[in-house]
Structure formats: structure tokens, C-alpha cells
Design a protein around this ligand. Structure first.
Ligand code: SAM
Length: 263
């Protein structure tokens, strides 16, 4: 039985499935970075946390076989509608239903920040790779959501978004996962972080995008904001407008490649 907060994450993303592509500028930019680093031939591919099949076409163009996997039935229904010819599997990244050595390529764009124990998830993903297989992923890191996140905290006294791993914590998870599967069996081929800024005309547009991709659920629970608090956040954000008149939402993203050795 899935835990309650997993059901709620799945429902929140499910509600966003139909209009997701109107709000996913960050996800598109991260996908472009991941896809650019992939070889021309991918073999058997798992698109984990696939959402509404936004990367399916790009991955399938290079894949021998493609499997989409996601926690959210709503996201998978949208994916199935777009690409009925593919296999869409519902499940949790923390309890992968796949046999060891199933995939040549595992691709995870901006889904792993929703899992509770990254080291365990990474170990499972590495187990599912065939020898010489590759896991590529992007994930959200601490320092993201400025300036709106810190402004909400200043006005209400509480954090209003999920806690993201620090870069050093992500590196520790990577090292632990590799050490636990055996350093001779996997290696960290690439690790980089990037700062990505997405422009908005207003605070409301920022919030609309976060809700629009389904990323507005908070496992720790959400304190309701009063109109007055929202007004104070909106006013406070005005001092962050750049010369082009836009407000920029800042994201710190980790990009990782792990390869499986033959040993
Ligand atoms: C921000 S969306 C990213 C979707 C897509 N990969 C993209 O590039 O746009 C995050 C996705 O991860 C899925 N997800 C969240 N937690 C998950 C979990 N524990 N197991 C599998 N999928 C999960 C969500 O349902 C959602 O579809």
C-alpha cells in the first residue's frame, strides 16, 4: 500500500498532467541538457518519472525499446493518450519493479527530488542497469526557489517549499550508492551543477507555473497563506525585478551520469 504522502504527490502531479506543457520551462531546459549528453544509440531505455511523456519522442528516436514509469496515474493516462504504442508502468522509484540488468539507459529528469532516500533509489537504479549501462539524471538542489522561497519564509516564519539536498549531500548520496553496489561495479562519470533562472512577469505567474506542473504538494504539510501575507510577499519581490522588468525564479540543478561496469 503506498504511503499517504506518495498518494498525495501522485494526485498533485495527476491534476497537472493535461496542462503540464504550458508550465514546464525549467523541465524543458534540464531535459535539453540531459539529452544533449546522451549517445546516438540508447538500447533499452527506462524514462523514470516520465510525467506526461514529454521526453518520449526524443528518447525513442535513439532507443531500441522504451518504457515510461511514473508514480502518477494521471500523468501516465496523459502519456498513454499521446503514445498508445508504448508501455506505461505505474510505480514508485523507491520500490522499482524491474529485474536486475534490465536497461541500457535510465533517464530521470527532475523526479528524484520527490523521493525520500536518494541513496537507496540510486542503488536500485544502478542494479537495473545492464553492464555498460548508464543512468543520467537531473535533480533540484538547495538554493532553488529564490527569491520567492526565502520571501515566503520571511513573511510567514515558515518554509513553503520542499527541502532540497545540498550539493555536498547529493555527492555523499552518489558516493554511498556507488560504494554500496561496489566501487568496481559502477562509477560516477559526470557531475555538474547549474544555476537556471526562469523569468516571470509577476509572482502570480511564478506560483501558477509551480502549480501548473503539479509541484505544489509539500510532504511536510502546508500552512495556509492569508491575503495579507501574499500581498507582503508580492510587494517584497518587487525589489528583485531585473533591468528587463522581469522577476527571475532561481533553480540550482544537479546533473549526474553514472555508468555500470562489467565486474
Ligand atoms: C517535475 S515532473 C518531471 C516529469 C518529466 N520527467 C519531465 O521531464 O518533465 C516529476 C515527475 O516525477 C513523478 N514522481 C514523483 N515522485 C515519484 C516517485 N517516487 N516514483 C516515480 N515517479 C515519481 C511525478 O509523478 C512527475 O510526473
Amino acid at each position: 500500500m503506498p504511503e499517504l504522502h506518495k498518494l498525495q504527490i501522485a494526485q498533485s502531479f495527476g491534476k497537472a498532467a493535461r496542462c503540464y506543457t504550458q508550465h514546464n520551462r525549467l523541465q524543458q531546459q534540464c531535459a535539453a541538457t540531459l539529452l544533449q549528453g546522451l549517445p546516438s544509440s540508447l538500447g533499452v531505455v527506462l524514462d523514470a518519472g516520465c510525467g506526461p511523456a514529454v521526453n518520449t519522442q526524443a528518447l525513442c528516436a535513439r532507443a531500441q525499446a522504451y518504457y515510461g514509469f511514473d508514480l502518477s496515474a494521471g500523468m501516465l493516462a496523459q502519456a498513454q493518450e499521446q503514445f498508445p504504442q508504448h508501455k506505461w508502468l505505474q510505480g514508485d522509484l523507491e520500490q522499482l519493479p524491474f529485474a536486475p540488468e534490465s536497461f541500457d539507459q535510465i533517464y530521470v529528469n527532475l523526479a528524484l527530488q520527490w523521493t525520500d532516500n536518494l541513496t537507496i533509489v540510486l542503488k536500485q537504479l544502478i542494479h537495473c542497469l545492464k553492464p555498460h549501462g548508464t543512468l543520467v539524471f537531473s535533480t533540484v538542489l538547495d538554493g532553488s526557489m529564490a527569491p520567492i522561497g526565502p520571501m515566503f519564509q520571511r513573511v510567514t516564519g515558515h518554509r513553503h517549499h520542499n527541502q532540497f539536498l545540498r550539493t555536498s549531500e547529493l555527492l555523499t548520496c552518489l558516493q554511498q550508492a556507488i560504494a554500496e553496489v561496489g566501487a568496481s561495479r559502477a562509477c560516477l562519470a559526470k557531475f555538474q551543477t547549474e544555476q537556471i533562472a526562469i523569468p516571470y512577469a509577476s509572482m502570480r505567474d511564478m506560483l501558477y507555473d509551480l502549480k501548473g506542473i503539479g509541484a505544489n504538494y509539500q510532504p511536510a504539510g502546508r500552512a495556509r497563506l492569508t491575503r495579507e501575507q501574499l500581498r507582503r510577499v508580492e510587494t517584497g519581490l518587487e525589489s528583485y525585478r531585473e533591468n528587463d522588468g522581469m522577476l527571475y525564479l532561481q533553480w540550482r540543478i544537479g546533473f549526474v551520469t553514472i555508468t555500470k561496469n562489467i565486474a
